[in-house]
Write a protein that binds this ligand. Structure first.
Ligand code: BGC
Length: 751
């Protein structure tokens, strides 16, 4: 299958922002928006940015009333130096796609090579015709490296080509005070400390005022010319300029390679030196070799993660696009995680939410477990902060992970749909268990996993209490549906809590003779009595059920509220969060996203199929899917309930969400949770994959119109390839020993 996405652009303002996100380059460490090198006219909605995962500034978050222990500051991901700006002047005419005439304007995401490309043929207002071919890459092998190969050809003239390549350190973050999903204006967050030329290498170092982080970037060029050129090295306030003037003849091409490297003080003692040295090292070889390695790297990724859909080429491409974006976003170290928008934009300020564990990690657990492990190790690294967060909220024991964060401190300013979403603890716990069941990595459990399970379990025990009927209840929390906040006994949260508590205890009990577990329990001061209490609370967990309707209410008061009239709500009023006061929304039965329905996917043994089906149909009518985390889950649960047509429809809404910009905000960055979710819609939904303590099974169906589909996953020591066709599923064991997979028609061994 071809893994290339090509789009023709008319170059209009409405497309620019979206294409910047869709054609962004990232490698888990740096992310560069797909901005056009020459820039766009003033006033256009553009987010020009380069980001380093986990690099942030701390900014004030004013609370109108300073109630006790409310958060007064937050972290925000930094836009670091701009090394993508290149201006072109063709015989006196400034290259600008809003003037003159566009003959060709094409953007390409080439997932086979791991690069993006731009191809332009443009005629200036004075009739000078040029051809521009640009290839951009953030290297997977040298994570701090970003390259732009910029080729210009004079198509119908002899004359002067001028190229001005900038290294701009005085940049600002994007802001939009009218959209709660973006930062409001906080001014410049980086102080420029150094901008200089060291011979032909431009170096910039900037630092933040509050977080004390410094970032460095280094830029250098390589030029290939038909003849001679005049080159000058300029310096202006906060930026440097590399200026080339070359006489070319018609048909001749000028080629510039711009190498940039980035570094930061979170990871390096001397970021400037690191950026300089990596740049030198990268430039020692030649770019063709780095391209070759990039290709090998992405080929290996797709080999590990392969998913093919036979019968719908476009859908197959969309699946590959989503997987590739996830791969671009995935942290390669333990300093950070995967942000809601990956590294493709500033939406949600580069924060890590529950999205990472609940929606994105499953893809990596199954395909690239070492990347999934980074995500969990990052959570372990902030466990102490989660303990502090719990204490801040008045809990005597345990750890509460922050709703949104970069380094572990809570960064959500509006606690009803932020901090109160305690279910993030459940997402982390669930993922730890899934990682363990899938990989069998028991050392991780002993070293880090069980400690997180126990501390999150303790938190649940502390937040809940027994009611008069002897049920364990959890009050005043917010479930996934953010149109209903601060309620009692959110069905989803209670399921998560019960699972979290019982898993923490069962691991400790199962390995009670292990020295490592004993030491851990000692270290945490967890007694046998405490384990018993936690286990009991899990068993006695209250799960709301309504006899009359035969469904699980989302929470205790949910069914007492009037149902929102979705049919008569004008289209322009969606998403509701941008048009209605939150309190107004909270008083209705209206859901932003899957909540109880998500619980049915994760904890399907908790209810009968009949109850799940009735509930599914109930929530379907009142869910707006205003959150991108929703339709994928409805698809999975529809598959599991045998509603195949619906499952395919919901999947259709999810799979191209960014490519078609159906939520109208993909320009702020791609929706990584949905991307992971649409992957699960195929693997866990259509194919019905389940990995439990009992083993691995599938329960597949073939969507109508598809001839077959296949995907590869890693399970324990095996590499498995599933192919689902009309006649059921075949599982090929490509690596590893004999295993049992329930639900398949046939097992095959060997490549
Ligand atoms: C969703 C949350 C999600 C956040 C970040 C919100 O719109 O309601 O569930 O964590 O976006 O993606």
């Amino acid at each position: 299958m071809k893994r290339i996405i090509t789009r023709q652009e008319n170059f209009e303002e409405k497309e620019v922002n979206l294409h910047e996100a869709l054609f962004s380059n990232a490698n888990g460490y740096i992310g560069v928006r797909g901005n056009v090198e020459e820039g766009v006219p003033n006033g256009w909605n553009t987010m020009r940015g380069t980001y380093i995962n986990g690099v942030y500034e701390i900014i004030p978050m004013k609370q109108a009333e300073s109630l006790c222990n409310l958060i007064e500051k937050k972290q925000t991901m930094l836009n670091v130096a701009d090394t993508q700006t290149i201006c072109l002047i063709a015989d006196g005419d400034v290259f600008d796609l809003t003037t003159g005439k566009i003959i060709v304007n094409e953007r390409v995401l080439d997932m086979e090579q791991g690069v993006t490309r731009r191809h332009v043929i443009w005629v200036s207002p004075d009739g000078k015709e040029i051809e521009l071919s640009v290839t951009r890459m953030t290297s997977f092998l040298i994570p701090s490296l970003f390259t732009i190969e910029y080729n210009v050809k004079a198509l119908n003239f002899d004359g002067l080509i001028e190229i001005k390549s900038y290294h701009i350190a005085d940049v600002k973050n994007y802001s939009n005070p009218d959209d709660p999903r973006l930062a409001d204006d906080s001014g410049a967050l980086l102080n420029v400390d150094v901008v200089k030329w060291r011979e032909d290498m431009s170096v910039a170092v900037s630092s933040t005022k509050v977080s004390g982080i410094s970032v460095a970037s280094a830029v250098s060029h390589r030029l290939r010319l038909p003849g001679k050129a005049e080159i000058s090295y300029g310096k202006e306030e906060g930026r440097t300029l590399y200026h080339v003037k070359a006489e070319v003849k018609q048909g001749e091409e000028l080629s510039l390679i711009k190498y940039s490297t980035f570094s930061d003080s979170v990871r390096e003692d001397d970021p400037e030196e690191f950026a300089r040295e990596t740049l030198k090292e990268a430039m020692r070889g030649n770019l063709a070799d780095i391209y070759e390695k990039q290709k090998e790297y992405v080929t290996e990724f797709f080999d590990n993660s392969e998913m093919e859909i036979d019968g719908d080429e476009e859908l197959g491409q969309a699946v590959n696009f989503n997987m590739y974006q996830l791969f671009q976003s995935a942290t390669r170290d333990k300093h950070c995680s995967i942000a809601a928008k990956g590294l493709s934009g500033e939406g949600y300020e580069g924060h890590y939410f529950w999205d990472t564990e609940m929606y994105v990690a499953p893809f990596f657990i199954l395909t690239n477990p070492e990347l999934a492990k980074n995500i969990l190790q990052y959570r372990y690294g902030i466990l102490d902060k989660a303990r502090e967060n719990a204490a801040l909220l008045g809990h005597k024991k345990g750890a509460l992970y922050p709703w949104r964060t970069i380094t572990g401190e809570e960064c959500s300013g509006y606690f009803p749909s932020g901090t109160a979403a305690y279910h993030i603890n459940g997402a982390i716990a669930y993922t730890i268990v899934q990682y363990y069941l899938t990989t069998g990595d028991i050392d991780f459990m002993f070293d880090q996993g069980e400690e997180m399970l126990l501390e999150t379990a303790r938190l649940w025990f502390d937040v809940g209490n027994y009611d008069r009927a002897g049920h364990f209840v959890i009050n005043e929390v917010t479930g996934p549906d953010e149109y209903t906040c601060m309620t009692d006994n959110n069905y989803y949260t209670n399921c998560c809590a019960a699972y979290n508590m019982s898993m923490a205890v069962s691991f400790a009990e199962k390995h009670s003779s292990s020295k490592r577990v004993k030491e851990l329990l000692d270290k945490l001061g967890v007694t046998t009595k405490e384990l018993k209490e936690i286990k009991m609370a899990a068993e006695k967990m209250y799960l709301p059920y309504d006899e009359e309707l035969g469904i699980n209410p989302q929470d205790d008061s949910f069914l007492q509220k009037p149902v929102w009239d979705l049919k008569n709500t004008p289209r322009e009023e969606f998403p509701l969060l941008l048009h209605y006061h939150p309190l107004h929304l909270y008083r209705y039965q209206v859901c932003k996203q899957a909540d109880t329905v998500l619980a049915y996917f994760l904890f399907e043994d908790g209810q009968s199929k009949e109850v799940m089906k009735k509930s599914f149909e109930y929530y379907e009518k009142i869910t707006t899917h205003d959150s991108s985390l929703s339709t994928c889950v409805f698809s999975i649960v529809a598959s599991r309930l045998g509603m195949h047509k619906k499952a395919v429809e919901y999947f259709g809404d999810s799979i191209k969400l960014d490519l078609l910009n159906t939520h109208n905000n993909s320009g702020d960055g791609v929706h990584t949770a949905n991307m992971g979710g649409s992957y699960m819609a195929i693997v866990n939904g259509f194919a019905g994959l389940r990995i439990t303590a009992e083993g691995i099974s599938v329960d597949p169906f073939l969507p109508s119109g598809w001839k077959k589909y296949s995907f590869k996953i890693r399970y324990k020591k095996s590499l498995l390839k599933f192919t689902v066709s009309k006649s059921g599923a075949v599982c090929e064991v490509l690596e590893g020993d004999k295993i049992v997979v329930k639900g398949v028609n046939e097992m095959r061994y060997g490549k």
